[in-house]
Design a protein around this ligand. Structure first.
Ligand SMILES: CC(=O)CC(=O)O
Length: 657
């Protein structure tokens, strides 16, 4: 970091004392006779004493289950030095849904807003009853431990109920959002062979209703393992589903009469829970399988200790169920929080809806993306003056690095007294490597801390740990939420190739980052997108950070183009309405980059585009653009939200000379 460290926020002493991480620290000190009094000491203890730490998370998180009784007590970690290969709690048995459904009664378990069209709430008792009914129906259809239940669903209560019902039986859950095309769904679910498919008939986006019955029909017809398609009416109360093979409406499937007993099949801790998919722009998506106990422990830790989600809190994340933040959010039930679900455009109808939701429902955690914060900033929104937001204690941001100016915006225009936690990890670990610390300061432009129990370091090319220098984000010790394996990868070759090829026995995440002297992290972009002009490594976010501060530029994407035996930096910009890319603007962009970064960062070419291609979870796809520019094929365009945007990058005359 070239900037001087600026402290933007710090919790008051009262707030610090009231956090769950403070209570956890007290519990550790009492049990292990330690004298830990700050985050860094707790982190050090957690990575040096992984067995004690993760067992303490189990106990503090009130995990319902059986730790198992190996020789000499419950085994907490077997083959702890093997990565991959280590197994946490190898004899334990747990049920995921049992841990999420620990509450009952009239209080809200979930609130749902489908843009401005639908508002609903479900109590804990209602959710338990629906889960019991659906689980009984799934069981009657033969669904049992290890079987896959797949969902082609919006982020709505029935999706959560579906996951809870499936996992109550020990089945494995996988989901895609309804904006996926037929091929995108088949590329994913075709590999994992689900027994039951749950789907909506339509959904809302940006004020429009979209009918997806044709897509569901085509998907169902091409998934031969699917015995039943359960259709959830969303846009229409009673949709005609006669065209969909093996289809039953949700209410008919759940049935009436007395609610069956809710039963939970306890499964081995390291059995599969979720199958997630890599974004897949480099081939058919990889099917990343996450374990039951590892996901549960990690999410309990991240919610309770790193995000301070408390019983009775009201937790929100802007996500679809095609992104891992959906799985992360839903685990908030285990922390006894109410889930505030939202589906649709975050800007419909007037840009305020998420803040309206926060005020109407007493939101305590406002989870969003850096892109959303940037868009609010560019749009001149000032929620601080239009909304109360007094209940919101924490805001989290992910998806791409949050730039320092994004931090400023949150404190100046959203709320002053808020823990702003930029967080990062991803689908590979269904959680975070680096994230929030509720008892410490927020420094401008920095992710607060490395996650507890995560032996994260930054390594230079020689494999040495460095601080204050850019390098690769690695994790040097096994952790419970590593994937248990990849689907259809019997010898583990794909799994090892994905994370352990650079340094055997060390997880290399593929993020180009810097650990600061304060123990914070700055992310400069994906390692495989690093630009290398003249052999100098430049993270793409270093350029975005500069250029996207200009009011003329809404968004940008940068790549390295192979050129005359070297690499030249090519910057694509999406401009604000009415702005054209003339020589003056190009000069202004270059000047901003030169002064804000270095002359080496200045692009050789700056080109205007109408759109920036992105995945369905909103990540810009630098590698796909790099392939298009070099005339190479782009694999699996189905993973993109706007594949047509790639056309503009093909055969650009400006890049031929
Ligand atoms: C936590 C994350 O890292 C989420 C993401 O960006 O995919």
């Amino acid at each position: 970091m070239t900037d001087e460290a600026i402290k933007l926020w710090e919790p008051s002493e009262d707030r610090r004392r009231a956090t769950q991480i403070a209570a956890f620290m007290d519990a550790v000190n009492a049990r292990f006779h330690t004298e830990i009094s700050d985050y860094d000491a707790l982190w050090r203890w957690s990575v040096d004493n992984r067995e004690d730490f993760w067992e303490q998370v189990w106990d503090f998180g009130g995990v319902i289950g059986d730790k198992g009784t190996g020789e000499g007590g419950a085994r907490r970690l077997a083959d702890g030095d093997a990565m991959p290969g280590a197994k946490f709690f190898p004899d334990a048995r747990v049920n995921f849904a049992e841990n999420l459904l620990r509450r009952d009664g009239d209080g809200d378990a979930m609130v749902f807003w489908g843009e401005d069209k639908v508002k609903r709430r479900l109590s804990w008792a209602e959710v338990r009853a629906s889960v019991a009914r659906l689980a009984a129906a799934l069981k009657a259809d033969g669904v049992g431990p290890g079987d896959r239940v797949a969902a082609y669903m919006p982020n709505m209560p029935e999706t959560v109920v579906g996951m809870l019902a499936a996992t109550s039986l020990g089945a494995v859950w996988s989901s895609c959002s309804p904006d996926f095309g037929i091929q995108g769904v088949l590329d994913r679910f075709g590999q994992i062979e689900p027994t039951v498919l749950i789907a909506v008939e339509g959904y809302y986006y940006a004020g429009k209703s979209l009918d997806i019955r044709d897509k569901v029909t085509a998907v169902a017809a091409q998934l031969p393992t699917v015995k039943r398609v359960v259709v959830v009416p969303y846009v229409n109360e009673a949709p005609d589903i006669s065209g969909i093979e093996k289809a039953t409406l949700w209410a008919d499937y759940l049935g009436g009469g007395p609610v069956p007993d809710l039963e939970f099949t306890r499964m081995p801790f390291n059995d599969p829970l979720y199958i997630m998919f890599s974004s897949g722009t480099t081939g058919v998506p990889k099917c990343i399988v996450h374990g039951i106990g590892g996901t549960l422990l990690q999410h309990l830790k991240e919610h309770k200790l790193q995000t301070d989600v408390r019983p009775g809190d009201r937790a929100f994340y802007f996500t679809t169920c095609g992104w891992m933040m959906w799985n992360w959010l839903v685990s908030g039930l285990a922390a006894e929080a109410t889930l505030l679900l939202y589906d649709g455009s975050p800007f419909h109808p007037d840009g305020n809806i998420l803040f309206d939701y926060a005020d109407a429902e007493g939101m305590t955690l406002f989870g969003t993306s850096a892109k959303y914060i940037d868009a609010l900033n560019k749009g001149g929104m000032d929620p601080k003056s239009t909304h109360d937001l007094s209940t919101v204690r924490t805001m989290t941001s992910t998806g791409s690095p949050l730039v320092p100016e994004g931090f400023d915006y949150v404190y100046e225009h959203i709320k002053e007294d808020i823990q702003l936690a930029s967080i990062s990890g991803g689908t590979d670990i269904v959680s975070c490597f680096v994230l929030g610390n509720p008892i410490g300061p927020v420094w401008r432009g920095e992710i607060q801390k490395r996650g507890l129990g995560m032996a994260v370091e930054v390594w230079n090319e020689a494999g040495q740990a460095v601080v204050g220098e850019k390098g690769e984000l690695v994790c040097t010790k096994a952790f419970p939420c590593m994937p248990i394996y990849f689907w259809n990868d019997p010898d583990g070759a794909k799994f090892r190739a994905a994370y352990f090829e650079t340094w055997p026995g060390v997880w290399c995440h593929g993020d180009y980052v810097e650990l600061t002297p304060r123990g914070g992290m700055v992310i400069y972009g994906r390692s495989d997108a690093v630009l290398n002009p003249g052999g100098v490594r430049i993270g793409t976010a270093e350029i975005y950070r500069q250029v996207e501060q200009l009011p003329e530029v809404l968004e940008s994407l940068v790549i390295g183009q192979d050129w005359q035996g070297d690499v030249r930096v090519v910057l694509f910009v999406r401009l604000a309405e009415g702005v054209t890319l003339d020589d003056d603007l190009v000069a202004k962009i270059k000047q901003r980059i030169r002064t804000g970064a270095t002359p080496r960062h200045v692009p050789a070419k700056v080109l205007a585009v109408g759109d920036i291609p992105r995945t369905k979870s909103g990540k810009i796809v630098e590698l796909a653009v790099r392939n298009v520019v070099h005339g190479r094929p782009v694999k699996n365009v189905e993973a993109l939200a706007n594949p047509e945007a790639l056309d503009e990058y093909r055969d650009r005359v400006e890049l031929a000379g």
